[in-house]
Design a binder for this molecule. Sequence first.
Ligand code: 5GP
Length: 215
Amino acid sequence: MKDKSFKPEKFQKGMDITMTDKGLLIVVSAPAGCGKDTILEYAFNVCNNLHYSVSATTRHIRPGEEEGVHYFFKNREEFQELIKNNELLEHTEYAGNYYGTPKSFIPKMLDAGKDVVMKIEVEGAANIKKLFPECVLVFILPPSFAELERRLLKRGTEDTETIKKRIDIAKIEMSFVKNYDYVIINEKLENAVDDFAAVIRSEKLSVKRGLPQIR
Ligand code: 5GP
């Protein structure tokens, strides 16, 4: 997936512009296999004030993933404890597993002026929008369904049954794109990262967002 010709330094200029003391919350949704992880991996090199909200999940850990970096991996009982103790901002069940956003990280970071990015599915994104109306919703699309299936098979982290389940979910998820502020089509990694950085830059330059400071 890595594009060797990609030069993050090219985009760094101007990413520190800020009109407000509060950080920006960017909510990214994308069907599995759209390349959101790779886009974000590069985006962290480009946007130096960007921090990742790590979710909790009951799904199995994949090769290359680390506890506390990609997810907080829990069993179902531990996850139910988190729900019971009101430690999650939102949670959902997706493809047979629980996923949820820890409560304190996001408000703490935004208040400290740090930008936060989270990767969540469409239902969770709608719930986050209710809790943080000023957040920006970004949807990442694959160039086509055929390409999505090819990427999922190539990734090889799930069995055929799970891949089929994820493609069915993807079809439903794509109908939610109308609720989002921005859409990025991940055909070429470099362009997709550039588009993602452009979204952050334009949001930071938005008069509506910076009005109290401008005044
Ligand atoms: P994956 O198993 O491929 O890492 O994630 C499956 C789906 O769950 C993805 O759409 C991902 O964005 C979503 N997801 C991950 N964390 C959360 C979360 O905390 N809350 C919600 N609602 N969805 C999540």
